[in-house]
Structures are given as structure tokens and as C-alpha cells.
Design a protein around this ligand. Structure first.
Ligand SMILES: C[S@@+](CC[C@H](N)C(=O)[O-])C[C@H]1O[C@@H](n2cnc3c(N)ncnc32)[C@H](O)[C@@H]1O
Length: 408
């Protein structure tokens, strides 16, 4: 029996939805604006058997729509229809009250560190998509709301929650079904920044996870304890972090791919077009080899006979960009996968032992997608859907924190 029915807003290619399926929930609706991500979602979660998991997806295709509710959102095609939650219910043949959980990872451009520069009036939501998200919840008021976002929204460098989170929590606390009052309604919550590596994901990824339960006391909701640690010591409940080696060194993945080669028609390996290596310039390959000899970063080339291999844009740089062209460590979780996560100039995304960036398949595995997950065929779309995703295991392990919470 399913643990509950979930609607996934801002579903992307389905990382969070897959986590719910793995945790035993039935995903009954999903919406996003980005067509290639939705195609990926449909191929993997709607058209493929998910019998290996205890949960399911019960619709034929996710809905493509603009979730901004008409508030300004520069990232979305203006031609797309905007929808209300009533439209979403209609699309997926749901009645009000059918839905147990709304999952939502509204994108967070305002809080991606670099862009958080404009002050905004206290008490007002800074982000239009967060405001839209809260209004969707208000139309349904399900038992549970699951929220994922970048870590900066919790404490943009400080120990106190930002106004953005203050606003969200206040709105959720006063949201009440028509039959209830503030005494028995409103959402209790737990919000925290967690490192996905501490929940078994082979990636250091700090994210804000929020769990809101209708009619519950804040003190009754707890994020589940980490399952993994860098050094578990004698703690028998903890396992050691999952590493890059545990994840991408596998018999069905060819390691020594030539640049530009993909794993199709290679003897002894199943076809996998997502396991394809970028082409790099000769100068980039030389630099990667030199970095391997001298340390893990282009900075380690300074003062060596290979100093001339440092890219021109880094020659006079004294701070920042230190992870560019960096080499991944076999024996640690991967660094945070971004929407440029196969591009060696964009971070520590060079394969631990091969002179190439990681492939799209390797990136998806490090984001904890199963090996069978089909990815978009174009490079840009493939890394975008992977870098944007919520690692399924992180959802599977944290959503447990809402199970059995007493509702007043
Ligand atoms: C952080 S990603 C979500 C990832 C997804 N939950 C997963 O686990 O794979 C945010 C998503 O919001 C979508 N998005 C951005 N603006 C949107 C809008 N106005 N309407 C609908 N979707 C939007 C993007 O296309 C992107 O897929």
C-alpha cells in the first residue's frame, strides 16, 4: 500500500519524484516548464516499469506549464500557460483532498550566492516563485509539504534564518483549512541545511530541506539522523561516506574512453549514449596531466615548470576559481554537481584517473540516479537536468521524518 499521494511541483527530470517512489509513495502529478526535463521524466518514470520500488507513478506524462502564477519569472517562455492548483488537479484527475504531500523545489536564483544583492522589504517574499509555491499549497493544504532549496536561503553566511525563510514559515504557520482554526491548523515545521553525503549520496551537496506537517507541533518534526559520516568511528548506526570509486567504477562503464567517444558498440559493454566524453583541446589535456603530477588544482602549477600551462584567464588570479580543472578524488564523495558538471573548466569535474571531464552518465550516478536513467541527448540539457536534481536518496531518507508525526 502506498504511503501517500504526492504532487511534485518544479519536478525537473524527476530526481525528487524518484526519491518518493523509492520511499513507497505514489506520485500522482508533476509539473515543470522545461520540455527536455519533462521528456526525461516521462521516459524514465511514466513509461518504464518501476516495480523494483515500493512506490509508483500513476500518470502518463507530467504537465508542461508555467508555475509562476503570472508573477514575473524571466527564466520561462512567456507562451506557456500559467496554472492554478485547480488546473493541476484537473489535469491529473484529482479531487481536492486527494493529495497527501506537495513536493516543491522552486528554483532559487536569488539565493545562488552571487545574485543575492538586492535588499527587499521585511515581511515580503523576495522570490516570486516561492510566493507562487506557497499560493499553490494554500489552494490544497495537504498534510505534508516537502521543500528543497540551496543552503543560502537558510543563512546567507550567517547563523540566522534569512527573511525569506521567516516569511515562508510565517505563511505556512497561519495556513488553515476552512474547517479548522489557528489552534488546530497551520503547519509545524523542521528546516535544516543538510549535506547529502551524510545520507549516503556520493556527493557533498549542502541543501536546505524543509518538512512541514499540517496541524503538528514544530517539536514533533525531526529530520532523520544522518546515516553516513566521513569518519563514523565506533558509531554502529553510521556508515562511511559513499565515494566516487564506489559509484562510477563499475564493470558496465568503460573507463578509458577516448575524447569524443561514447559507449555505443564497444565490445563487452552495454550501449550507453550518456556515457560520452567531451572533446578537450590539447592544451587542456596537457594541463590536466600536469595538475595530476603537481597536485589537484591549476594553482598547484604555479612556480613549477608547467606554470605556462595555466589558462590565460587564471594567470593573474589571486583568489576564486580554485576548483576549475580540479581532479576528483576517488576516495571521497564528489563535489557538488552543478548544471556545468561535466565541464572541466567549471569546477572539480575531471575524472579521478582519466584525462577527461566526467561523462553525463558518471554525473548522473554521482547525483544518485540509477544506471538505467535515460538522459537528454544534448550536452547542455543532460548536465542541466542532472545538476538541477534533488538526489533521490536524499528525499527517500529525509521524508521519513514526517511519518508518524502526530497531527493535532
Ligand atoms: C531545482 S530544479 C527542480 C529539480 C527537480 N525537483 C528534480 O529533483 O529533478 C527547478 C525546476 O524549476 C523549473 N522552473 C523554473 N521556473 C519555472 C516556472 N516558472 N514554471 C515551471 N517550472 C519552472 C525548472 O525548469 C527546473 O526544472
Amino acid at each position: 500500500m502506498s504511503k501517500g499521494k504526492v504532487v511534485d511541483l518544479f519536478c525537473g527530470a524527476g530526481g525528487a519524484s524518484l526519491g518518493f517512489v523509492q520511499a513507497g509513495y505514489e506520485v500522482v502529478g508533476a509539473v515543470d516548464a522545461y520540455e527536455r526535463a519533462l521528456n526525461t521524466y516521462q521516459k524514465n518514470l511514466c513509461q518504464r516499469s518501476l516495480d523494483e520500488y515500493s512506490g509508483s507513478v500513476s500518470f502518463d506524462a507530467p504537465l508542461q506549464a508555467d508555475l509562476s502564477r503570472g508573477y514575473e519569472d524571466n527564466d520561462v517562455d512567456n507562451e506557456l500557460p500559467t496554472v492554478t492548483f485547480e488546473d493541476i488537479r484537473e489535469e491529473f484527475d484529482l479531487e481536492k483532498g486527494d493529495i497527501d504531500v506537495i513536493c516543491g523545489c522552486p528554483p532559487c536564483q536569488n539565493f545562488s550566492g552571487l545574485r543575492d544583492t538586492d535588499p527587499w522589504p521585511s515581511g515580503k517574499p523576495k522570490d516570486n516563485l516561492l510566493r507562487a509555491y506557497v499560493e499553490f499549497i494554500e489552494e490544497e493544504i495537504p498534510d505534508v509539504v516537502f521543500f528543497e532549496n540551496v543552503s543560502n536561503i537558510m543563512n546567507a553566511g550567517e547563523e540566522v534564518p534569512t527573511d525569506y525563510i521567516d516569511w515562508l514559515v510565517r505563511r505556512m504557520a497561519t495556513m488553515t483549512r476552512s474547517e479548522d482554526t489557528l489552534d488546530n491548523g497551520g503547519y509545524g515545521y523542521e528546516l535544516d541545511v543538510v549535506n547529502a553525503a551524510n545520507y549516503g549520496v556520493p556527493q557533498k551537496r549542502n541543501r536546505t530541506i524543509g518538512m512541514f506537517v499540517y496541524g503538528a507541533e514544530d517539536s514533533d518534526i525531526e529530520l532523520p539522523e544522518p546515516t553516513h559520516a566521513e569518519s563514523p568511528g565506533d558509531d554502529e548506526d553510521l556508515r562511511k561516506w559513499t565515494t566516487v570509486r564506489d559509484t562510477i567504477r563499475r564493470d558496465d562503464l568503460k573507463e578509458d574512453l577516448d575524447l569524443g567517444q561514447k559507449q555505443v558498440g564497444i565490445d563487452g559493454y552495454p550501449d550507453d549514449p550518456a556515457h560520452r566524453a567531451h572533446r578537450h583541446q590539447d592544451s587542456t589535456v596537457k594541463m590536466i596531466r600536469a595538475i595530476r603530477r603537481h597536485g589537484g588544482s591549476w594553482r598547484d602549477l604555479r612556480g613549477t615548470e608547467d606554470e605556462n600551462l595555466i589558462k590565460e584567464c587564471h594567470q593573474n588570479l589571486n583568489s576564486g576559481a580554485s576548483s576549475a580543472y580540479g581532479i576528483m578524488n576517488w576516495d571521497e564523495p564528489a563535489p557538488t554537481m552543478t548544471t556545468r558538471c561535466t565541464n572541466v573548466s567549471s569546477g572539480r569535474f575531471t575524472h579521478p584517473s582519466e584525462d577527461r571531464g566526467i561523462t553525463f552518465r558518471e554525473a548522473a550516478l554521482l547525483m544518485d540516479f540509477p544506471i538505467w536513467y535515460e538522459l537528454p541527448s544534448t550536452n547542455q540539457d543532460a548536465e542541466r537536468v542532472v545538476g538541477n536534481a534533488v538526489p533521490p536518496t536524499l528525499v527517500k531518507r529525509t521524508i521519513n521524518g514526517t511519518e508518524g508525526v502526530k497531527i493535532r
